[in-house]
Write a protein that binds this ligand. Structure first.
Ligand SMILES: *Cc1c(COP(=O)(O)O)cnc(C)c1O
Length: 373
């Protein structure tokens, strides 16, 4: 059994992928070829954002967004502690202070009360609360109504880290249209992944979109060798765009399949473990299906038992960011980050992908039940 089965998806669309790849080899425009613009139009159409600007990966998408809104020295940027390192590591690169915020035990997403405490403390320290980066962890949108209200009161930008949630929705709004800017990743194991690295910034704002189109090609002006600002090299390869076009064509169908797997898991497991909670009006894309056990000992024992039964699991994330060496100089919620700490000890992600057979689903359910009996 695979934790994420990319081969099953490839088998389904192999002929179309091959044709797309051959078309790129035939025209030879490997950088910024026509498939890149075609993909950007398709992504924008899929989620309803006015602009989709692709780039080299999801981490760059975050950093380009911070650059676009003008984050720099003296600014505080608020990030959840329970996330992948990318979300936070881009902040110090801009000269700003990375401020780690706690999450909610029910959704694993940013706790608005912790954000408010953190903003108050940052103001006392003489920093300007400049931006917040909510993460839609495991594919579930964060509490945007509360977060956007707090951000608006402080004049802060909202940069949504949707690396795991492209295709999800929040109160009828598709991910990509909620924050000022939304970033996503096409890392192979993400819900919409390519065969290498890739990323995108989604926004309705014409100026930011233009700025990011310039920043991703060395700060180009109207022409390639006219450099009007300091930028970087962060383009999506034409081949990856070609591959993503075929994957996007089956993505809506795959999201439905993920819902069915999640519903089967939740239906069978809700009585024995804490299953993921999806708040009313939200739709997750189930990048991960993550249950919570009672404590680290039980989690590790269950994980071992499942491994012996041939069932792969993962722990996302074994250490919250505020306990990582790289973030030892972080600032954080003055009341601590205890929920992030508890979650890192108790979460367990089960196999989740659109091609997980019902037989395999039953095997996972059976093994989890027997490990807890
Ligand atoms: C994967 C991921 C990223 C970074 O994406 P890359 O394409 O690997 O750079 C950022 N944030 C979160 C929450 C992620 O899961």
């Amino acid at each position: 059994m695979q934790f994420v089965d990319l081969a099953a998806q490839q088998a389904r669309i192999k002929d179309r992928l091959d044709a797309r790849i051959q078309a790129v080899l035939a025209h030879g425009r490997y950088i910024m070829g026509p498939e890149v613009a075609e993909l950007e139009a398709a992504l924008s159409e899929f989620c309803g954002a006015r602009h989709a600007v692709t780039c080299a990966n999801g981490t760059d998408a975050l950093e380009l967004s911070l650059m676009a809104v003008g984050i720099g020295q003296g600014d505080a940027v608020f990030v959840p502690s329970f996330t992948f390192a990318s979300t936070a590591e881009v902040v110090p690169n801009t000269g700003a202070t990375c401020w780690l915020v706690d999450v909610l035990p029910s959704t694993f997403n940013m706790d608005p009360a912790s954000l408010e405490r953190s903003i108050a403390e940052a103001l006392r320290d003489g920093l300007r609360p400049a931006a917040v980066i909510p993460v839609d962890l495991f594919g579930l949108p964060a509490d945007y109504d509360a977060i956007c209200e707090i951000a608006a009161a402080e004049g802060m930008s909202v940069i949504a880290d949707a690396a795991q949630s492209f295709g999800a929705s929040y109160k009828g709004r598709p991910v990509g249209t909620i924050g000022d800017l939304t970033t996503s990743s096409f890392f192979p194991a993400k819900p919409l992944g390519c065969y290498g690295d890739g990323g995108v910034v989604l926004t309705d704002n014409d100026d930011w979109a233009d700025l990011i189109r310039s920043l991703r090609v060395h700060g180009k002006g109207t022409q390639k060798y006219d450099n009007v600002r300091l930028g970087r090299n962060s383009r999506l390869d034409t081949l990856q765009a070609a591959i993503l076009l075929e994957k996007l064509a089956v993505f809506a169908d795959e999201i439905e399949a993920r819902q069915r797997v999640a519903a089967a898991y939740s239906g069978a497991l809700a009585e024995i473990v804490a299953v993921p909670h999806v708040p009313d009006g939200c739709r997750s894309v189930w990048a991960q299906y993550t249950v919570r056990l009672n404590d680290r000992g039980q989690r590790d024992a269950v994980r071992c038992h499942l491994k012996e039964d041939g069932i792969p699991t993962e722990v996302y994330y074994p250490k919250p960011l505020h306990q990582q060496g790289a973030f030892s100089s972080h600032r954080g919620d003055p009341e601590g980050l205890s929920v992030s700490e508890q979650l890192s000890e108790t979460v367990l992600a089960l196999p989740m992908h659109p091609y997980l057979s019902s037989g395999d689903q039953q095997r996972v359910i059976g093994a989890l039940k027997s490990s807890l009996s």
